[in-house]
Ligand binder design. Structure first.
Ligand SMILES: *Cc1c(COP(=O)(O)O)cnc(C)c1O
Length: 372
C-alpha cells in the first residue's frame, strides 16, 4: 500500500546482528526471544537477523507466533515458552515447534498429539523457581514430572526457568538459580538427562555470567532496548528502532493561547507550534506528558494532550517548516531520544513502548553498516 503519512518505524538489522554478537557468550547458545512481533520490530526480519548474528534458536510466547515464523520459511528450532493451548498441539508439532510443558493437563494433551503424530517429540520442562507466572511448582517436583514426560513417550530436550528481577536483584536471582540447580540435580540423580539448561533473560545474560548455563534467552538486549537500570547503554548495545515522522503544519501563536484537548497547555510567550501526525493510536503514550521530540537537531517539548492521531510540539522561536523531520525515538544531530526515555516520561518500560507501536505505523528495514 502506498504510504502517504510520513510516520514510520525504521529497524536497523545491523544493530540486531551487532547486539546478538555482543551478548552471545562463547560457551553458551543464544535463543533470541522474538515474541510480540519481535518486540514490535517485526518478528520475521528480526528473527533472520538474529540467526545471522549468531543466535541458534528462537523463542516465542504463542503457538501462533511460532507458526508465523515457519510460514515465513524459518527453519531454526523454535521454543514456545508457554504450554500449547488445548487444540493447538497437533499444528504446533506438525510445524516442528518445540513445546514447553509444566502441568499435568498440558503434558497429557501434548502426549496424545505426539502419539498420534507417531514421531519423536522433544519438549522443554519449565520450572517455576519464584516468579510464579507459569512453570512447574514446586520445582522439587521436577524429577517426578520429568519421569512422566519420558513415560509419555516424549523426549526431554531442555529444562528451564525464568527470573523475576535479574536487572536489579542479584540475590533473588541467584536464589532462583540455586533452586533451579537443585531441582536439576535431583532430576539427574533420578537418572533423567535434563538436556539444555537455560534461565537467563537480558538482565541475567549481561550481569550474571553464572546464570548463562547452556543457553541464554535474551529479548530486550537483542533490540538494544534497555532491560532496566541503563544496562543497554552501559554494555554497548545499539538501539535497533527509530521512530520518525515529519512536521505536518506550523502555526505562530500569541502568548496565552491554549493547546490541544482540554486546553491544558498555555503558551507563556508567543511561540511556533508544530503539528506532528502521530498519536496514541500509533502507540505514542497518552501519558507521556513532558516528553520531548527532536526537530532541527534540538529537543522540543510535546505540548498539551496527546490525541489519537496527532501531537503538538512547542518549538519556541525555532525556524520550523512543514516536512521537517521529527524524531520520536532515535538520533538527530547530536541528540538522541531512547525508547527508555520516552518510557520514563510515560511511566512504563522500553519494551512496552516498542511493543505498543501500532500496526498503523509501517516498519521499514535499513542497514547502517556498509551503506557508505
Ligand atoms: C520475554 C521473555 C524473555 C526475554 O526477556 P528480556 O528481559 O526481554 O530479555 C526470556 N524468557 C521468557 C520466558 C520470556 O517470557
Amino acid at each position: 500500500m502506498t504510504r502517504y503519512r510520513p510516520t514510520v518505524v525504521e529497524i536497523d538489522l545491523d544493530a540486531v546482528r551487532h547486539n546478538v554478537g555482543l551478548i552471545k557468550p562463547e560457551e553458551a547458545e543464544l535463543m533470541a526471544v522474538v515474541k510480540a512481533d519481535g518486540y514490535g520490530h517485526g518478528a520475521v526480519p528480526v528473527a533472520r537477523a538474529t540467526l545471522e548474528g549468531g543466535a541458534s534458536r528462537l523463542g516465542v510466547a504463542l503457538v501462533e507466533e511460532g507458526l508465523a515464523l515457519r510460514e515465513a520459511g524459518i527453519a531454526a528450532p523454535i521454543l514456545v515458552m508457554t504450554e500449547c493451548p488445548p487444540g493447538s498441539e497437533k499444528e504446533a508439532l506438525e510445524a516442528g515447534l518445540t513445546p514447553s510443558v509444566y502441568s499435568h493437563g498440558g503434558l497429557e494433551g501434548l502426549a496424545e498429539a505426539a502419539h498420534a503424530a507417531a514421531r519423536p517429540v522433544a519438549v522443554h520442562l519449565k520450572l517455576d523457581t519464584g516468579m510464579h507466572r507459569v512453570g512447574l511448582w514446586p520445582p522439587e517436583d521436577a524429577a517426578v514430572f520429568a519421569r512422566r514426560i519420558l513415560d509419555a513417550g516424549l523426549e526431554l530436550e531442555g529444562v528451564w526457568t525464568h527470573f523475576a528481577d535479574s536487572e536489579r536483584d542479584d540475590e533473588g536471582t541467584l536464589r532462583q538459580l540455586a533452586s533451579f540447580r537443585s531441582a536439576v540435580d535431583a532430576l539427574t540423580a533420578a537418572g533423567v538427562r535434563p538436556g539444555l539448561l537455560h534461565a537467563a533473560n537480558s538482565g541475567a545474560t549481561i550481569r550474571l555470567p553464572e546464570t548463562r548455563l547452556d543457553l541464554v534467552r535474551p529479548g530486550a538486549a537483542v533490540y538494544g532496548l534497555d532491560p532496566g537500570e541503563g544496562l543497554a547503554e552501559r554494555s554497548g548495545l545499539r538501539p535497533a528502532l527509530a521512530w520518525l515522522s515529519a512536521v505536518a503544519m506550523v502555526k505562530r501563536l500569541p502568548a496565552g493561547e491554549r493547546l490541544s484537548y482540554g486546553g491544558r497547555y498555555e503558551l507563556g510567550r508567543a511561540s511556533t507550534v508544530a503539528t506532528v501526525p502521530v498519536g496514541y493510536d500509533d502507540g505514542y503514550p497518552r501519558t507521556a506528558e513532558g516528553a520531548e521530540v527532536l526537530i532541527g537537531g534540538a529537543r522540543r517539548p510535546v505540548a498539551g494532550t496527546i490525541t489519537m492521531d496527532q501531537i503538538l510540539v512547542d518549538c519556541g522561536d525555532a525556524d520550523v517548516t512543514p516536512g521537517d523531520e521529527v524524531v520520536l525515538i532515535g538520533a538527530q544531530g547530536d541528540e538522541r531520544i531512547t525508547a527508555d526515555e520516552l518510557a520514563d516520561r510515560a511511566g512504563t518500560i522500553a519494551r512496552a513502548i516498542a511493543t505498543g507501536i501500532g500496526t498503523r505505523v509501517p516498519r521499514e528495514y535499513v542497514s547502517t553498516e556498509g551503506s557508505g
